[in-house]
Design a protein around this ligand. Structure first.
Ligand SMILES: NC(=O)c1ccc[n+]([C@@H]2O[C@H](COP(=O)([O-])OP(=O)(O)OC[C@H]3O[C@@H](n4cnc5c(N)ncnc54)[C@H](O)[C@@H]3O)[C@@H](O)[C@H]2O)c1
Length: 434
């Protein structure tokens, strides 16, 4: 199978390496595409064993020519979120399959374009929800599927982003709601996808609150950072800022962003306390599912630790999972937290009515995102070499749509002072059929 990748930033490296190294026997990378010529050249230079002129690279304006000349079966989309729809739709209409990073897209107008194009072309869209593949989350699916806790009546789900990872969403394109959908779409797409998959259901109605309490100009003053600049690289108070991102000191980040910014002016290290940020850092959502399950959800982006807590309430008992997930999030690892070493703690507890709580042996795996990425890449690029997936982890455009609809409805609810949003009505008004 032949693949092309559009968007050669941080995330594409995982797909490029999977296609050109780990799964090179079943996959072939035929081209790379980006707006930034230097980032393209950097990525092409990392592709091993390419003779001749190496890997073909195309600027974004030549995307359609790339499809014609290089004839990929599948286009892998790893651009910023608000551009996914453009490349998904153009690829589908050119007769290609698509693998897209999450979130599939950011708003209803873009979602409609994707659903229409997929329906009209019949081509395949895969949304790469790596979290489903992490062994500990798959184990929860296994327990829930087995009916051990009975009907799932309610779920409490909390995700905490720490001040390294959480802050990173406030440095670049993610920090603008029109480019990422805000964290309730950009980040929570993972969580709402897990919840839809775990509960084997889809959301019906949503209400939410959201605010920005921490990454604010006022907080910069409280932290003694008066006179800060627009970015860390040239900031006069960077030496006393705990949120500094030092691109110069981190070779992979320097190569990928600082050395390439002359081409497109993309600053990787904008100040997290700037006043032009338009996303929230503190969000709470309540939702009701078609199955009758109700959900309480919290996402905070400035916690002292990173991870999740989820509790499933069932008619026969409770299932509780906590994952303290502290890992390097930057390309070069995170020195403050001890390189790329993962310092994790996971617990899963089953408490059936009438019995004592039981601590379960948590399923684990090796590799990024708690062992999820290598398993997902196996299913994506060498499905015949993998065991049959009894958990239904592959995600198409419909699962991609459901995973963003809770967040899109939550954004609407926040804009309407917490009003309850009915998803069927929202979809009907946007002319979307799933
Ligand atoms: N599943 C996960 O765990 C995970 C983790 C990280 C990122 N992601 C997703 O991957 C995607 C990329 O994130 P990233 O961190 O690599 O971002 P990034 O900003 O590092 O990379 C984006 C790339 O897209 C390029 N680009 C910008 N405009 C373009 C255009 N018009 N046409 C073509 N290319 C263009 C940029 O030059 C850059 O090279 C996002 O959708 C993000 O949500 C997913």
């Amino acid at each position: 199978m032949k693949y092309a990748i559009v968007g050669t930033g941080g995330r594409h490296q995982m797909f490029r390496n999977a296609v050109t190294e780990t799964h090179a026997e079943t996959a072939e990378l035929v081209a790379l595409c980006d707006v930034n010529q230097s980032r393209l050249a950097l990525s092409a230079s990392k592709v091993p064993n390419r003779g001749g002129n190496g890997i073909a690279t195309y600027l974004a304006e030549d995307f359609d020519r790339m499809l014609t000349e290089q004839d990929p079966d599948t286009v892998i989309v790893t651009t910023p979120d608000y551009l996914h729809d453009e490349y998904i739709v153009r690829s589908l209409r050119a007769g290609r399959n698509v693998m897209t990073e999450k979130p599939m897209t950011t708003d209803l107008a873009r979602l409609k374009r994707i659903m229409d194009a997929q329906r009209e072309t019949g081509k395949k869209v895969t949304v790469t929800f790596n979290y489903r593949y992490s062994p500990a989350r798959t184990q929860l699916k296994e327990i829930l599927m087995s009916g051990t806790i009975g009907e799932i009546t309610a779920i409490d789900f909390r995700w905490y982003l720490d001040r390294v990872h959480g802050a990173d969403y406030f440095r670049r394109w993610h920090r603008y709601k029109d480019k990422s959908g805000g964290l309730l779409v950009h980040k929570s797409t993972h969580h709402f996808d897990l919840l839809n998959w775990w509960a084997a259901s889809t959301p019906v109605s949503v209400s939410a609150t959201g605010k920005r309490d921490f990454y604010t100009p006022e907080m910069a003053i409280k932290l003694g950072l008066e006179g800060h600049g627009p970015r860390c690289h040239t900031c006069p108070v960077a030496h006393k800022c705990a949120f500094r991102m030092d691109l110069e000191a981190d070779e992979p980040l320097k190569q990928l962003y600082l050395d390439t910014e002359k081409d497109d002016g993309y600053w990787r290290d904008k100040c997290v306390f700037a006043d032009d940020i338009t996303i929230e850092d503190t969000m709470q959502v309540q939702a009701r599912y078609a199955s009758g399950t109700s959900l309480n959800y919290t996402l905070v982006a400035y916690s002292p630790w990173e991870g999740l807590e989820v509790k499933f309430h069932g008619t026969k008992g409770e299932l509780t999972h906590k994952h303290i997930e502290v890992h390097g999030v930057f390309a070069g690892g995170n020195r403050e937290r001890g390189g790329d070493e993962e310092v994790e703690a996971m617990t899963t507890e089953l408490h059936l009515a009438g019995g004592l709580p039981q601590k379960l042996d948590v399923w684990t795996g090796k590799g990024s995102h708690g062992g999820a990425d290598p398993i997902m890449l196996g299913y994506l690029f060498n499905p015949d070499g993998m065991p049959e997936d009894q958990y239904g982890r592959a995600s198409d455009q419909v699962a991609g749509a459901w995973s963003i609809l809770t967040g899109i409805a939550a954004n609407k609810s926040i804009a309407e002072n917490g009003a309850r949003v009915e998803i069927a009505q929202m979809l009907a008004e946007a002319g979307i059929t799933l």
